[in-house]
Design a protein around this ligand. Structure first.
Ligand SMILES: CC(=O)N[C@H]1[C@@H](OP(=O)(O)OP(=O)(O)OC[C@H]2O[C@@H](n3ccc(=O)[nH]c3=O)[C@H](O)[C@@H]2O)O[C@H](CO)[C@@H](O)[C@@H]1O
Ligand SMILES: C=C(OP(=O)(O)O)C(=O)O
Length: 434
């Protein structure tokens, strides 16, 4: 298990380019299974989860060419469908959440799929019901294998239908869309998720020949087509990384420019950080964050304490709440962080409390942060990264803290942040991988 050793308290300075979006990449790369033609994908982040998914596709027989580290040409013209039932597929799928999205395209094109228990962050119960019920509505039959913990699905004739999802699941919507694009007739998905990841997926599928309308809304209409062809696709900048860099700049009192941030796709994210008192300027498509001695959390119009909570898009993503929480520890003022979706994502606050932060964990979903207003610095400690975003939040805390911190289990951070230590060193951070 690798660790980061960080000597905190240094101000950082410079420009940083966000990686391609992790959660978009997982959808887009799964979608290459929908066509026997070549699909060229660029701005692929070089991170563990995405590399694992590419390895899984290669093991399934998908041909790949890598003209550059961040571009890959995929061709799924000779897929080994039987590999899906193997122990090797089950094992590797279990190492990332995104593997679940192989099922939709496999059902669509090859009429069968296996969904082993996927991996991903251990941040609470993460059910797959939305995916399976959606497939079932399209005409798939499923069996759950209790011994090996996987769903087996068959769908000789996928048939378009109307469905109202019980929740706007991000990967669930992607899976159902990919299953429906070549079903007979029209599928209508109401209460669909509409994160930029999904908008990007739908736009790519339409370029491949699909007929999806309502993109960007919670009502998608998909007219089934017989065949999808090749295309080219470029991933958007990773909005979660961008939010993390905004938080990093504020916490370390640093002047940072986030280059080519894809500002029009960030929705409410910049505004949430501005509510914490963080200044930023949009310069073309770059976000400039000046070095700020202090930042003050705004209150509601009536003076009430601010709440930052998660919500499906266009609401605030749950993946940035841990970052908002850590940034609030040094703000002037107080905030209630309400993590509605995941029930185990706030437990990392224990480590921040050990570092000297003032946080009351009210229950598994809510934490009140009373900002230290820089009257005291956080103290460096040894800690372990429980999940990808808490890991990044702890890293930001360590970079702002007095003294040395050791962050263990950084494999969690590597799942989603590309060459993070190297990129932070370029900004002046004292961070070592040991
Ligand atoms: C690989 C990938 O893309 N992962 C993302 C994806 O995971 P994933 O697609 O697994 O997450 P889902 O959208 O299915 O749901 C996440 C959790 O939130 C709950 N839920 C969801 C919607 C809702 O309105 N109410 C509610 O409580 C679900 O029950 C579940 O426990 O979306 C999550 C929610 O944005 C993100 O945190 C993950 O980073
Ligand atoms: C929860 C996340 O990832 P995953 O769904 O892959 O576990 C995340 O990206 O914050």
């Amino acid at each position: 298990m690798a660790s980061f050793e960080v000597r905190g308290g240094k101000k950082l300075r410079g420009e940083i380019i966000p990686q391609g979006a992790k959660n978009e990449a997982l959808q887009i790369i799964s979608a290459v299974l929908l066509t026997p033609e070549k699909v060229t994908i660029s701005n692929i982040p070089d991170i563990v989860d995405v590399n694992l998914l590419i390895e899984l596709l290669i093991e399934l027989g998908v041909k790949t060419e890598r003209p550059t580290r961040h571009t890959c040409i995929f061709q799924a013209d000779n897929v080994d469908v039987d590999f899906l039932g193997s122990e090797a597929f089950r094992k590797k799928s279990g190492r990332l959440r995104g593997s679940v999205m192989i099922a939709g395209p496999m059902l669509s094109r090859f009429k069968k799929a296996y969904i082993p228990k996927p991996g991903g962050d251990k941040i609470g119960r993460r059910r797959l019901d939305t995916h399976i019920i959606g497939f079932e509505k399209l005409g798939a039959r499923f069996e759950y294998n209790e011994e090996h913990n996987y769903f087996q699905l068959v769908a000789p004739n996928l048939q378009g239908t109307y469905m109202l999802l019980d929740e706007p699941s991000v990967t669930g919507t992607a899976n159902i869309v990919m299953a429906a694009v070549m079903a007979k007739g029209t599928t209508t998905i109401y209460n669909a998720a509409c994160e930029p990841y999904l908008q990007q997926l739908c736009k790519m599928l339409n370029r491949m020949g699909a007929k999806i309308s309502g993109v960007g809304s919670n009502l998608l209409t998909i007219e089934g087509v017989d065949y999808l062809g090749g295309t080219e696709h470029r991933m958007l900048p990773d909005m979660i990384e961008i939010g993390s860099f905004i938080g990093l700049a504020a916490m370390t009192q640093s002047e940072i420019t986030i280059k080519n941030a894809g500002i029009e796709h960030l929705g409410i994210i910049p505004e949430k950080f501005q509510q914490l008192g963080i200044q930023m300027e949009f310069r073309g498509d770059d976000i400039y964050i000046p070095a700020q001695e202090s930042y003050e959390i705004s209150t509601y119009l009536d003076g009430g304490i601010l709440t930052v909570s998660d919500h499906p898009w266009p609401g605030f993503t749950p993946d940035l709440l841990s970052i908002v929480l850590v940034v609030a520890t040094q703000a002037v003022g107080s905030v209630l962080i309400h993590q509605k979706m995941f029930e185990s994502r706030l437990f990392f606050t224990d480590k921040l409390i050990d570092m000297g932060a003032q946080i009351i964990l009210c229950d598994p979903h809510r934490a009140t942060v009373i900002g230290l207003a820089r009257k005291n610095q956080l103290r460096g400690i040894t800690m372990s990264s429980p999940d990808i975003r808490a890991g990044q939040a702890l890293l930001i805390a360590a970079l702002s803290a007095e003294g040395k911190s050791t962050i263990q289990n950084i494999e969690q951070i590597d799942r989603g942040y590309q060459y993070i230590d190297e990129r932070l060193r370029k900004l002046g951070a004292d961070i070592k991988r040991v």
